[in-house]
Design a protein around this ligand. Structure first.
Ligand code: TRP
Length: 327
């Protein structure tokens, strides 16, 4: 059975982009693959976090994984900082990663432009920690969005370089970027991906937003000056709303166009708000229940960390031996 590894940073409240673009798809993989999903809190502190919020969102991210259907008995669900091997392998891999390579990472360039007063070393070596996450579990496939492709490429390069110097050690992983990539865009700048760390809350729908907020945000969503609901080049805003509507209802773009023929954007935006609010209601209820039972979540974290550690410590020991550490 092939191994899948992926992770989400608890750096903001998960939104419908994370839900439709990642977690929902992970559900389909749990029967077919050996799946490991991590809450990457160590990555999250590369940008400033309020400690109490980070802790709370770590629980919430795990609760969301479960509420969206990831079965903790079929998948390894764990928190990155609970498995010290991630940091240990990251150090070793850092010594096989070049300054020049890291300097070329577009996410580093973007994030440093945005956080000029906090261009810390962790932000720079972020992709090395990500490589450690993946390589520790000898993952074959890594489901990620388009924006993480460059980090996967780097992971492959580092794995190959290490294998060439120290002998075959790592499985060289592949990105698993869904073909019909459900990429959900910002509601205010529809040419940009919806992001949980966007400073404008009108740009996203968080999974736990209330019905009123959801409906209001869709009403305000930026669209174009055309009036007919149809999917077309240059209509990023409407295309995004149609994608969201289609994901929540299962309707094709054709059906949507027919259903809203002769009706304006206003009607359509209200309809999108309604189906999203309805669709999220059961997930919200489940997250609420899980968040009310911290002991249960801590049990899952503990079990997940144990399973992850078992695999990780085996890989780490092998690598430590390869590089010449006395083990
Ligand atoms: N960098 C990823 C993101 O921001 C999160 C991540 C960290 C990750 N480690 C990973 C994704 C390992 C896949 C595999 O989206």
């Amino acid at each position: 059975m092939k191994t899948i590894f992926s992770g989400i940073q608890p750096s903001g409240d998960l939104n419908i982009g994370n839900y439709l673009g990642a977690i929902i798809n992970w559900n389909k993989l749990q029967e077919e693959f050996n799946c490991i999903y991590c809450v990457v809190d160590m990555h999250a502190i590369t940008v400033k976090q309020v400690p109490m919020d980070l802790r709370n969102r770590t629980y919430k991210t795990l609760a969301t994984y479960i509420a969206c259907g990831l079965d903790p008995d079929k998948n390894v669900l764990f928190v990155q900082s609970h498995v010290p091997a991630h940091a240990e392998l990251a150090w070793i891999l850092g010594c096989s990663t070049m300054f020049g390579e890291l300097s070329r990472m577009t996410q580093f360039k973007d994030k440093s432009a945005k956080n000029e007063q906090n261009i810390n070393a962790g932000l720079f070596t972020y992709p090395v920690l990500m490589a450690a996450d993946i390589l520790l579990y000898q993952a074959d496939l890594v489901p990620v969005g388009q924006d993480q492709k460059q980090h996967i490429e780097l992971t492959r390069d580092v794995a190959e370089r290490f294998n060439a110097v120290y002998g075959e050690t790592f499985i060289v992983p592949e990105g698993y970027i869904p073909k019909i990539g459900t990429k959900i865009m910002s509601l205010v700048e529809p040419e940009k991906k919806m992001s949980k760390s966007d400073e404008n809350p009108n740009s996203y729908i968080a999974l736990l937003d209330s019905r009123d907020v959801i409906i209001k945000r869709f009403k305000r969503a930026v669209t174009d000056s055309d009036t007919s609901v149809r999917f077309a080049d240059g209509k990023d805003g409407i295309n995004n709303l149609m994608t969201i509507y289609s994901c929540f209802t299962g309707k094709s773009f054709d059906d949507i166009e027919k259903g809203f023929d002769g009706r304006g954007y206003g009607d359509f935006k209200s309809a999108v708000g309604e189906v999203v609010a309805d669709g999220l209601a059961p997930v919200q209820k489940k997250i609420g229940e899980l968040m009310g039972d911290k002991a249960y979540l801590e049990g899952i974290m503990k079990k997940g960390a144990e399973s992850a550690s078992r695999i990780a410590s085996k890989t780490l020991a092998k690598i430590q031996k390869r590089v010449g550490f006395v083990v």
